[in-house]
Design a binder for this molecule. Structure first.
Ligand SMILES: [Fe+2]
Ligand SMILES: [Fe+2]
Length: 292
C-alpha cells in the first residue's frame, strides 16, 4: 500500500501508543535502564545491581545463569553482587539484557512456520554475530550492537501481538510472492517491521544509534552516514543467520546480498566464516545450558 509520509508517521505513532498501553511496556524501564548503564562509562556494578534487583524474576534468571555449569562456580552464587564478581560486569550486563528482552518473546503462538521461540533464537543469534563482527573485525566493543540485535525484529512481535489476523495475511502473501517479509509488509500496510521497531525504540527513548539501526536494518542503503556501519552490520548478521538456519520462517535468498554487505563493510569471506563458526558454538553452548 502506498501511503504518504505523514500518514505513515501517524500510523506508527498509533502503534507506539498501543504498545505503550500494553504489557510490552513493562519491559521498557528495565531494558532502557540496562542500555543506559551499557552506554555510561561511569556506571558501575552497583548501578547494575540496583536495576536488576527491582525485578525479582530477572534477578532469579540472572542468578540461574550465573550458577549454570558454564561459569564453573564451585559454590552457590546467591546475590547479584557475587554474580558481578564471578562472571564480570560486562558479561552480566549482556546476560541481564537478554534475559529481560526474552520476556517480550514469551507468548507462544505458532502459526505458518512462524514462532516466537524461533524468532527469539534468531534475535539472540543476530545479536551475538553482530557483536562478534564489531569485536573481531572493527576492534570495537560496539556498546549497543548486541542490544540492537536482540531488538531488531521487535516490530514483528508488535504485528503478531496486536494485528494477528493481518500479520497472518502478510505471512501468506510473502510466501506466495516468494519475496521478503518486509516487502510484503510494506505492500500491505505501507510500512514494515523495521519502521515499527524504530517507532517503539524511539518511544522507549533508547539511544539514537540503536533506534536508527533497527529502523534501517532492511534498508541499509538509505541509512544516515553516521549509522551506516551499525545498520549494515545488523543487516549482514540478520541475513547470515537466515541463510544458516537461524531464521524464524522460510527464507527466500536475496541473491548477492551477503556479498554486497561484506563488500560495504570490507570483511573477507573467510574471516566471516570463522566468526560464524564462533557464533554457532556459542549458540550450542547456550542450548546445552538450557538458556535457549
Ligand atoms: Fe527484520
Ligand atoms: Fe531479523
Amino acid at each position: 500500500m502506498l501511503i504518504s509520509d505523514e500518514e505513515k508517521l501517524k500510523k506508527l505513532e498509533k502503534i507506539s501508543e498501543r504498545v505503550r498501553d500494553s504489557e510490552l511496556s513493562s519491559i521498557r524501564n528495565v531494558t532502557s535502564g540496562i542500555v543506559k548503564i551499557i552506554n555510561d562509562s561511569k556506571s558501575n556494578a552497583r548501578d547494575l545491581k540496583a536495576i536488576i534487583e527491582i525485578d525479582p524474576p530477572l534477578t532469579a534468571k540472572v542468578l540461574r545463569t550465573a550458577n549454570s555449569a558454564y561459569y564453573y562456580s564451585r559454590r552457590q552464587i546467591s546475590d547479584i553482587e557475587e554474580a558481578v564478581i564471578w562472571i564480570g560486569f560486562d558479561n552480566l550486563k549482556e546476560i541481564a539484557l537478554s534475559q529481560k528482552v526474552c520476556e517480550i518473546f514469551q507468548k507462544n503462538d505458532d502459526f505458518m512456520e512462524y514462532s516466537r521461540t524461533r524468532l527469539w533464537k534468531h534475535c539472540i543469534a543476530v545479536g551475538l554475530l553482530a557483536k562478534m563482527i564489531y569485536r573481531m573485525e572493527f576492534g570495537e566493543s560496539g556498546e549497543n550492537i548486541y542490544a540492537a540485535g536482540l531488538l531488531h525484529d521487535i516490530g514483528i512481535i508488535v504485528e503478531d501481538q496486536f494485528y494477528e489476523e493481518e500479520f497472518k495475511q502478510v505471512l501468506h502473501d510473502y510466501q506466495i510472492d516468494k519475496s521478503t517479509l518486509h516487502t510484503a509488509e510494506s505492500k500491505f500496510w505501507g510500512y514494515d517491521h523495521a519502521d515499527i521497531g524504530q517507532a517503539v525504540a524511539s518511544s522507549w527513548q533508547l539511544p539514537e544509534d540503536l533506534m536508527i539501526s533497527i529502523g534501517f536494518h532492511h534498508n541499509f542503503e538509505e541509512v544516515p552516514p553516521d549509522y551506516m556501519r551499525m545498520a549494515t552490520t545488523l543487516a549482514l548478521a540478520d541475513n547470515l543467520c537466515h541463510e544458516s538456519g537461524f531464521g524464524y520462517r522460510k527464507f527466500f535468498v536475496q541473491k548477492g546480498l551477503t556479498r554486497r554487505l561484506l563488500d560495504i563493510l570490507e570483511i573477507k569471506k573467510y574471516a566471516m566464516d570463522m566468526i560464524m563458526d564462533g557464533m554457532k558454538k556459542e549458540i550450542k553452548r547456550m542450548e546445552g545450558q538450557g538458556i535457549l
